[in-house]
Write a protein that binds this ligand. Structure first.
Ligand code: CP3
Length: 355
């Protein structure tokens, strides 16, 4: 079924649209009072994500407030390592943690691809529930972490400042790290494929930590696995393609190689100009981004100015056309952002880009 509002899917296919579509990474979250209320009732983030009805409710909350052009599944990238037996939990103010991080060859050898319709059934049920409730108003985005980014959490056991453990493994035991990345890549491909089968109409891979690598290590430990994901997901797709978006923080230096992966779109952060990114990707992919999220702390007038800059930057790099651009932030929203400012952003994207 084609959604009633298909601007987002059309832009990903680089087809003409009436105005530039917009959605925001972390558009569902603590900056919304209704999210905080639902979270209080459910008890915790994980309790929300593991309950398909609540995950659906929270997915729809930002769409009731703002005329966003896509919904994103309310879940987390760490559901996959959790299903692999690592034991995900959250410590208030400290972020995600694993009870059983992967620290040696024996732990790597024990990793296996989880079953998508048993261990990760709650995610697929959430996708199906959201599709039913959305009733084709806007498309639904499914997502996964990239193998490298998931490996960071699996090996570090949580967030990290310097990624010392995983980098030590990359330098001193590269074969062991490749063994881990290989299983995780199989899991990511199965996970995205299952979300697609359950009804996700576009898929995004979050490579949040690819940018912490040197260029040589990025190619060996992140890019190579992104390429494998793109080629395996695209294999066997007919005319009906489910667009794949590769988002990476700090992926600016690798636009050229990423554009050749076979994905339909690249998501970029605000440290690269869209003009430059569009020029370097030469019309091979759509581009998604890339307003600095901190712009949302500024005044409404400043937000409007910055939105226009991003829209025009893309257009200048894309031969004077706004086609093939999905507006987004360069990274996710923060809990202390003002919903009124989000309304200003979304309105300005549509108004200024209207053809
Ligand atoms: O964009 C959306 O609205 C969809 C939902 C979504 C969440 N996490 C919900 C969430 C998505 C796409 C993610 C992906 C995710 N999770 C990433 C990659 C994206 C990125 O930011 O680059 C990463 C690195 C994670 C791991 C993770 N999960 C972190 C670092 C945190 C924050 C912890 C904290 O204390 O703020 C989470 C929890 C999380 N995932 C929240 C939300 C809304 C906050 C939950 C809460 O406390 O209510």
């Amino acid at each position: 079924m084609t959604p009633k509002n298909d601007r987002f899917l059309r832009a990903l296919r680089r087809e003409p649209v009436d105005c530039t579509p917009v959605w925001l990474m972390r558009q569902a979250g603590r900056y919304l009072p209704e999210y905080r209320a639902t979270r209080k009732e459910a008890g915790s983030f994980l309790a929300m994500a593991k309950n398909p009805e609540i995950a659906c409710e929270v997915t729809l909350q930002p769409l009731r407030r703002f005329p966003l052009d896509a919904a994103i599944l309310f879940s987390d990238i760490l559901t996959v390592p959790d299903a692999m037996g690592l034991g995900l939990y959250f410590v208030e103010g400290e972020g995600p943690k694993f009870e059983r991080p992967v620290r040696d060859a024996a732990a790597v050898a024990k990793l296996a691809v989880p079953d998508m319709e048993t261990e990760l059934r709650y995610v697929m049920d959430a996708v199906r529930t959201i599709r039913r409730e959305l009733d084709d108003a806007v498309p639904l985005i499914g997502f996964s972490g990239s193998p490298w980014t998931l490996a960071c959490y699996m090996i570090e056991g949580g967030g990290s400042k310097d990624f010392g453990r995983i980098k030590a493994m990359a330098y001193s035991e590269p074969a062991l790290l490749h063994q881990l990345l290989s299983v995780v890549t199989d899991a990511v491909i199965a996970y995205l494929g299952a979300q697609r089968a359950a009804g996700a109409q576009a898929l995004q891979v979050f490579d949040t930590w690819g940018g912490v690598l040197s260029p040589a290590l990025y190619r060996e430990f992140s890019l190579k696995y992104l390429q494998r994901i793109a080629s395996e997901l695209k294999r066997g797709e007919g005319a009906e393609r489910t667009p794949l978006i590769l988002f990476g923080k700090g992926n600016g230096p690798y636009i050229d190689q990423l554009a050749a992966c076979g994905a339909e779109a690249l998501g970029v952060d605000w440290t690269v100009s869209l003009e430059d990114a569009a020029w370097r990707s030469k019309g091979k992919v759509a581009l998604q981004g890339n307003l600095d999220p901190a712009t949302l702390y500024a005044s409404p007038d400043a937000i409007r100015t910055q939105v226009r800059e991003v829209l025009d930057s893309y257009m200048h790099g894309n031969g004077g056309s706004r086609d093939g651009h999905v507006f987004n932030l360069g990274h996710g929203m923060s809990p202390d952002m003002d919903p009124e400012h989000v309304a200003v952003l979304v309105e300005e994207v549509h108004a200024y880009s209207r053809r």
